[in-house]
Design a protein around this ligand. Structure first.
Ligand SMILES: [Zn+2]
Ligand SMILES: [Zn+2]
Length: 311
């Protein structure tokens, strides 16, 4: 029964793992998460990469821009190494139908071969310090979703992606999160109508007359968005964001923590944060490390009930 429960649990987590939001995968990993190598697809094609080399490359790619020197940055890289390793092992076979395990973009995790630079050396050191460590719930490695910046409050997995919820992916205020200026995106209504038409999850019968937030979640994110057309349609905020990211790029609708207003024949989105908002907030984690928190405490804050241990 423990295996049945574990597989069901893994399937639920698997369905929740995507950065940026995409349609959930429908398959469950066939192998237990113990692979020593991963099949990774990058711009160079599919390569087989030793798991710890993948982790080091992921850390350098994800956190390469933070200040290299202070000890707090080392703690932040240790957190990221545990995230990269856990995410990779819990995602084995995610792209099985395409012949590899993980892609090298934000759909899975950003990965590049380790650069021969100071950042590369520091990422390797973080990987070595945390060798084999992953995030565990009831002794089972779990998928630690994360994002760049929660904007002050994370969201529960079910609020963003639906489903019945995941015990350690609950929304919470992130008092450590640095306050940043709001981002802004202006889109012509006619252009937005064309963008939404490209995805069956968001397509409407034109003309699109406006967009409004149908329901906010506890964090203030747009859980559901109402598309004013004939007939009107209510879509999940994550699907709405995915459609815009796909058409306009990763710096367009950065999060679903936005307000929307009309300006002539255009819509103006103004918001905070960057990413889906579930699980660990990298901006908050870096700030917590700078404040003296240890990696295990940082992970425990963003993943309540989970622990760090060897796989
Ligand atoms: Zn991917
Ligand atoms: Zn945050």
């Amino acid at each position: 029964m423990r295996w049945v429960a574990a597989i069901a649990f893994a399937a639920l987590l698997y369905a929740c793992a995507f950065r940026p939001p995409a349609r959930p995968p429908t398959t469950v990993p066939a192998r237990p998460p113990t692979a020593s190598t991963l099949r990774v697809r990058s711009g160079r094609g599919v390569e087989r990469v030793a798991t710890e080399d993948y982790v080091a490359g992921c850390v350098a790619a994800e956190l390469g821009s933070i200040d290299a020197d202070p000890p707090s940055a080392a703690r932040a890289r240790d957190v990221q190494a545990i995230l990269c390793r856990s995410f990779a092992l819990a995602s084995i076979g995610r792209h099985r139908d395409e012949g590899f395990d993980l892609c090298a973009t934000t759909h899975c995790q950003v990965y590049r071969p380790l650069p021969a630079t100071v950042i590369g050396r520091l990422a390797r050191e973080a990987t070595t310090r945390t060798t084999g460590l992953v995030l565990l719930v009831d002794g089972w490695p779990v998928l630690p979703v994360y994002h760049a910046d929660c904007g002050g409050h994370t969201s529960g997995a079910e609020d963003v992606w639906g489903g019945t919820g995941v015990s350690f992916l609950v929304g919470a205020r992130d008092e450590a999160c640095p306050r940043r200026p709001a981002w802004r995106l202006e889109v012509w209504l006619a252009r937005l109508e064309d963008i939404l038409a490209e995805d069956p999850h968001t397509a409407v019968n034109g003309p699109l007359r406006g967009v409004a937030i149908e329901r906010h979640d506890a964090a203030g994110r747009a859980a559901f968005v109402r598309l004013d057309a004939r007939p009107p349609r209510v879509v999940r905020g994550a699907d709405f964001r995915t459609a815009l990211l796909r058409a306009l790029g990763p710096t367009s609708l950065r999060s679903t923590l936005f307000a929307v207003s009309r300006r002539g024949n255009a819509l103006v989105f103004e918001g905070h944060g960057n990413g889906h908002g579930v699980g660990l907030c990298q901006a908050g984690a870096i700030a917590r490390a700078a404040g003296g928190d240890q990696p295990a405490a940082i992970l425990a804050h963003y993943f309540p009930g989970a622990t760090v241990g060897s796989r």
